[in-house]
Design a protein around this ligand. Sequence first.
Ligand code: AMP
Length: 223
Amino acid sequence: MNLILIGAQGSGKGTQASILVERLGIRHLASGDIFRNAVAQGTPLGLEVKGYMERGELVPDRITIALILDLLRDPAYEKGVVLDGFPRTRDQAKALDDALPQLHRRIDRAIYLNVPREVLLDRLSGRYVCVAHQHVYNIKTKPPKTPGICDIDGSELIQRSDDTPAVIETRLQKFFEDTIQVVHYYRAQGKLLELDGNQPIEEVSRQLLLGLGLDPAQAKPGS
Ligand code: AMP
């Protein structure tokens, strides 16, 4: 199954993606993680995209589309993929639709986690990630057991450089202006599954699995 997960920053996309990966045995491909790793490692791609990311702007389509389409050619994604953070513009969605038939694949469903802007602002301003593996915490809704320390690997918790109030504003504005076009794009194709993301994680994932025709109570295949 090839799925697209659409949601603003702080909508719980990453969490639901992990649930889908576990349940369906497919791969997770997050464009933001790929760009962040490239910046951290100082690769040529990282140097090219660093400025856009720090300002909370979108990386230009010419860079993003080539990168993601190239990655999708990897046989590792043949069994299926959850695309997270891509496509983010109508042109990216169109490029994906044009390229997938050559790989004998197509997008089955696009899932939109709908969360009101005020809730997103509140969630993002309290968000911290660990330096070792980017495990996510929130000082209000999911605090670590020891303040400032990751429960899972003991590393330090920091705020992402693009989770500062000014950058959060720009990123959310970009989402509601640009990425919402991608929601309309898949709705027009009859592939959209829209969920209320302003509910507990378990309830969102229950509705998500039901929406995909899966039994939320059943264990993942093969387990
Ligand atoms: P994310 O972790 O998905 O919020 O992405 C972090 C940053 O990476 C974004 O603010 C953009 O600068 C860049 N980025 C990630 N995915 C895309 C995309 N599909 N198109 C353009 N820029 C992207």
